[in-house]
Design a protein around this ligand. Structure first.
Ligand SMILES: [Zn+2]
Ligand SMILES: [Zn+2]
Length: 320
């Protein structure tokens, strides 16, 4: 790992702030102390997959990437569904995700696994530095007051879900349907930031380390086709071929049939065929260290040529 990928001094885990996150994990383990049967297991998995759909189809493919369209009421409902996953507010989530695509696996990428697998999985969420919504990255959706409200009070939907589960099914429903299901859902989602940049196969040339995996696609409603997605981000489907199972896209397709969503974007034939590694294109993604050397060499060459190097162009203030 080069210097550029080492965490800054303000990027350390705040264990006090992380207490609720750790507590939910302990409560999830508590699920096994209750009498449970098929009903609890089915409840846990159903709430896992329903909420995974809202995260992948809503938070990710709609709010971060605008890969299809829907009306204002549907948009709000999709954001409420995503909030049930307890992964912070919709504008926070989508704003940070846009940043990830802009700087994938570059030193600026806040959750590149090149800073360590643990950091990319949960470390970056448990430090304080990225707590705020990156408003500049999400101006298009921040103009909706209902989304700003939900982004601020993002815990309202999951708390109502947890209370509802308790009232209907008692303690075992609360522990299986909320705590255990939510912890599984968290780690299922986080694997996209961690494992999907180190494990799996690459089909397309990208400047990052993204990969494809059927197993991860089954766990995450289609997000496991992450190399496809980094190659071509603006599509509603991430499984590009018939055998690439993409549950979120199938549901979106069904929703578009009945008019709930529209204009699902898909890749053209030309896009599918272009830039395939199998066709012999040079792939920098697998050669990260080489890529860094090239970037460092280019920076040195720019400096030697008497031009401004990165960061030197900003105005000098007294704070400097
Ligand atoms: Zn994305
Ligand atoms: Zn990625």
């Amino acid at each position: 790992m080069t210097e550029a990928y080492l965490n800054a001094p303000d990027e350390h885990i705040d264990w006090i702030k992380s207490i609720p996150f750790i507590a939910v994990h302990l409560l999830a383990a508590g699920a096994f102390f209750f009498d449970f049967g098929w009903q609890e297991v089915v409840l846990c998995l159903s709430l896992y997959y329903v909420r995974m759909f809202f995260i992948t189809a809503g938070y990710h493919r709609y709010f971060a990437h605008r890969s299809y369209k829907m009306g204002r009421v549907m948009q709000f409902l999709m954001a409420v569904g995503g909030s049930l996953a307890t992964q912070k507010g919709v504008l926070w989530w989508a704003g940070h995700h846009r940043h990830h695509h802009r700087y994938s696996d570059q030193p600026e990428d806040v959750h590149s696994p090149r800073r360590g697998l643990f950091w990319s999985h949960v470390g970056w969420i448990l430090c304080n530095k990225y707590d705020e919504t990156p408003w500049d990255n999400i101006k298009d959706f921040a103009r909706f007051p209902e989304l700003r409200w939900l982004n601020r009070f993002h815990l309202v939907p999951p708390v109502l879900l947890a209370v509802g589960l308790f009232l209907v099914g008692g303690w075992s429903w609360l522990f299986w349907g909320y705590f255990l299901s939510t912890v599984l859902l968290w780690h299922g989602t986080f694997t996209i930031n961690s494992l999907m940049h180190v494990w799996g196969r690459r089909r397309y040339v990208t400047t990052d380390t993204s990969r494809n995996s059927m197993l991860l696609a089954l766990i995450t409603c289609g997000e496991g086709w992450h190399n496809n997605h980094h190659y071509y981000q603006s599509t509603a489907n991430q499984g590009f071929f018939w055998w690439e199972i993409d549950l979120s896209y199938y549901v979106l397709k069904a929703m578009s049939r009945v008019g709930l969503v529209k204009d699902l974007r898909t890749p053209s034939e030309a896009v599918l065929k272009r830039n395939r590694i199998a066709d012999g294109h040079h792939d920098v993604g697998l050669l990260g260290p080489l890529q860094e050397k090239v970037a460092e060499g280019a920076a040195r060459a720019r400096a030697a040529a008497g031009k401004l190097v990165d960061g030197a162009a900003r105005p000098v203030t007294t704070a400097d």
